[in-house]
Design a protein around this ligand. Structure first.
Ligand SMILES: N[C@@H](CCC(=O)N[C@@H](CS)C(=O)NCC(=O)O)C(=O)O
Length: 221
């Protein structure tokens, strides 16, 4: 089945989340470059699909969806419902990327929300400042304030990983994906970083996943 289209450039963190899920679950899809230098997102056709004019957007045989975390959850459920015959997902697998049981799912949601409200808002200005802005455009105070916020966020995550192998417990889930993509950005900008032992052990595991290797190993752009 190949009726799934994903719009988005591959260097976008939110597109990478979705592509990683597709890679781990072997979900067939077609991808169309969109966003930043590729344009597309401000065209009337695209805005009809996604009025935010952002990536990613998916079209699954007429079903259009945006918001990367929602799309990730949808793709896992779609795979476990057997609507993607090519997927490797076992139906009802509680160790899946997004468990069926309410507590397992809530634990994943908790960290996904935390990424959007705590970790990424701290990391985003650092990423933009160090990767996308020219040196003369950087605001040193803002960069330092966000470096401190990232250390605070990583302190929380590292403390959690003291007694858990992965973000949502003992198995790799969707919750690890945004966090791994944020960590990759953090480890690849020129800032002072304290060593976090538990994050370091977790990062070794998550960076070995097929989705990370395929979509998160190129230099930051
Ligand atoms: N909350 C949205 C945020 C989407 C978003 O901010 N996407 C960025 C890329 S990471 C974007 O479209 N930027 C403008 C562009 O690429 O042209 C999601 O998680 O999907």
């Amino acid at each position: 089945m190949n009726d799934l289209t994903i719009w988005g450039r591959t260097n976008s963190i939110n597109v990478q989340k979705v592509l990683w899920v597709c890679e781990d679950l072997k979900i067939e899809h077609k991808r169309i470059d969109a966003g930043m230098e590729f344009g597309v997102t401000k065209t009337p056709e695209y805005l009809k699909f996604n009025p935010n004019g952002l990536v990613p957007t998916i079209n699954d045989n007429g079903f259009v969806l945006w918001e990367s975390h929602t799309v990730m959850r949808y793709l896992v459920r779609r795979a476990s419902n057997g609507s993607d015959a090519s997927s490797t997902m076992d139906s009802g697998d509680e160790n899946s990327l997004y468990p069926l049981n309410p507590k397992g799912a809530a634990r994943v949601d908790q960290w996904l929300d935390w990424c959007n409200t705590v970790a990424w808002p701290a990391m985003r200005p650092l990423f933009w400042g160090w990767v996308r802005l020219k040196p003369e455009e950087r605001n040193p105070q803002e960069l330092e304030a966000n470096r401190q916020l990232m250390i605070k966020a990583f302190t929380v995550f590292d403390g959690h990983l003291e007694s858990h192998t992965y973000a949502a417990g003992e198995h790799f889930t969707l919750a690890d994906i945004p966090m791994a993509l944020i960590a990759y950005r953090w480890f690849n900008i020129p800032v002072d970083r304290p060593h976090f032992e538990n994050i370091s052990l977790w990062y070794k595991l998550v960076s070995d996943r097929p989705g990370f290797k395929k979509y998160c190993s190129a230099p930051l752009t």
